[in-house]
Design a protein around this ligand. Structure first.
Ligand code: PLP
Length: 437
């Protein structure tokens, strides 16, 4: 991993947390409780985020502060109090870790069958580091890409960043990736994810990308990344930035689309001139940049934030893609926005932007059966219902067909919903009891 100061990038981790908070003027008791939360959830940031993105005069309400710094009330109060008193008493690390681990296990660290359900096989052998849920798109988790330039407090992959061994399913086996693709001509898109693949140096990234350029049926390579928000230097001033852009250009030269799936949570992340330079550099290689983010309470849960984000993306040459619903893991109670409210925020934002921004879809739940979009709330035959459809589905037969759920103002996830006008949802088997998502 490229932690080295040779690239100008320096990560701040939990051992820097107290000092950073002190500099930001956070009081003693609050700092202790935040450190207690950080024994459970991963913390990582960097100088660019701390010095250039966060407005320290607005802490703790500042959205970028809330995006990367743990909050004292993110976890149940009793847990935070217990961990804080262990820290305060100078308890042994093993004791603190055991207590933290107990709290983690109550946070649904493995949402939506992430590990068991989607493992591709060559013959009988499972291929590590891959997930294959939809026929045309394969997810690949490169081994050297299993961290990020900073962690988001709401990250649904939080568990893998605290080193739970059975959650580490990354791979450096490019040959297996290529041979899987040759056996599966229906796969036309490979999505590199992680972690953030752009944490890898150009030399490492090239080892993964170049062999794919020879796979004939492959139409697109996607890179899921938050680097444009957290470390735009990666494309502008890092020692390998020029080589990285040349590598991107070689994808277009091979006749394939390179799609940057850029994660932007807030318009502030797009303000600095260095982000503009990074976006312009990437676009100049022939790559496209599509944008996505989850809707998060206290960070971006109002229509104005989303419409200004989409507008800014459009003027910079990026294409709005997905608004996600926060997943059912980690401190979900803290960040969740009810589906009914999520739909209103999406609709109000969507209604106020030009058609060129309306490439965006959502609010979308990435759940076990697929990506479920909340299209709206309607009254049908005297019953108030959610109108939904699958944008993506394990079973492509179900894509794009409307279905209904009983309206529930408190529902925050697919598993909270009950079917309306039917005894099951279309993605549930007819013969067995209803699956939970
Ligand atoms: C979202 C997702 C994809 C990509 O879906 P698109 O709708 O094509 O963006 C692929 N695999 C998994 C597991 C996903 O969650």
């Amino acid at each position: 991993m490229n932690e080295g100061s040779t690239r100008g990038f320096r990560a701040y981790t939990s051992k820097h947390l107290d000092g950073l908070l002190q500099r930001g003027g956070v009081g003693d008791e609050e700092r202790l409780r935040i450190r207690a939360v950080a024994t459970v959830l991963p913390f990582r940031t960097n100088a660019y985020v701390v010095d250039q993105l966060i407005d320290w005069s607005a802490v703790p309400e500042d959205p970028i502060y809330r995006l990367v710094f743990p909050q004292a009330d993110m976890l149940p109060e009793a847990d935070v109090t217990r961990l804080a008193s262990l820290l305060n008493a100078g308890a042994r690390n093993a004791e603190i870790q055991a207590a933290a681990n107990e709290v983690r296990m109550r946070l649904n660290p493995h949402p939506a069958g992430q590990l068991e359900l989607n493992v591709p096989r060559i013959g009988q052998e499972p291929v590590p580091g891959m997930q294959h849920k939809y026929p045309e798109t394969l997810l690949f988790f490169p081994k050297q890409g299993q961290t990020c330039h900073a962690y988001c407090t709401y990250c649904f992959r939080w568990a893998q960043f605290i080193g739970e061994p059975d959650l580490k399913f990354a791979s450096d086996d490019v040959d297996s990736l290529v041979s899987y693709l040759k056996d599966h001509p229906e796969v036309t898109s490979v999505l590199f994810t992680g972690g953030d693949p752009m944490i890898m140096s150009e030399a490492v990234l090239r080892r993964y990308l170049e062999p794919l350029l020879e796979v004939e049926q492959l139409e697109s390579i996607r890179i899921g990344t938050k680097s444009l928000a957290y470390w735009p230097q990666r494309f502008v001033s890092d020692p390998d930035s020029a080589d990285t852009l040349r590598l991107f250009a070689s994808v277009a030269d091979a006749g394939k689309t390179l799609a940057f799936m850029a994660h932007f949570s807030h318009p502030r992340e797009m303000e600095s001139p260095i982000v503009e330079a990074a976006v312009a550099g990437i676009l100049s290689t022939g790559a496209v940049i599509r944008t996505q983010a989850p809707l998060i309470r206290s960070i971006n849960d109002d229509p104005g934030t989303w419409s200004s984000m989409w507008r800014r993306q459009l003027t910079m040459g990026m294409v709005p893609y997905y608004m996600f619903v926060e997943r059912d893991t980690g401190p979900q109670d803290y960040f969740a926005v009810p589906l009914a409210r999520a739909y209103e925020i999406f609709r109000d934002a969507y209604a106020s932007v030009s058609g060129l921004c309306r490439t965006v879809r959502g609010p979308s739940m990435s759940a076990t059966p697929g990506k479920v979009c909340v299209d709206g709330v309607a009254e049908i035959a005297g019953q108030k219902v959610f109108v939904l459809h699958l944008i993506q589905a394990r079973d492509p037969e179900l894509v794009g067909r409307p279905f209904f759920a009983r309206y529930d103002p408190k529902a925050v996830w697919l598993t909270d919903l009950q079917p309306a006008f039917a005894d099951r949802f279309p993605f549930e088997p007819a013969t067995v009891q209803r699956l939970s998502a």
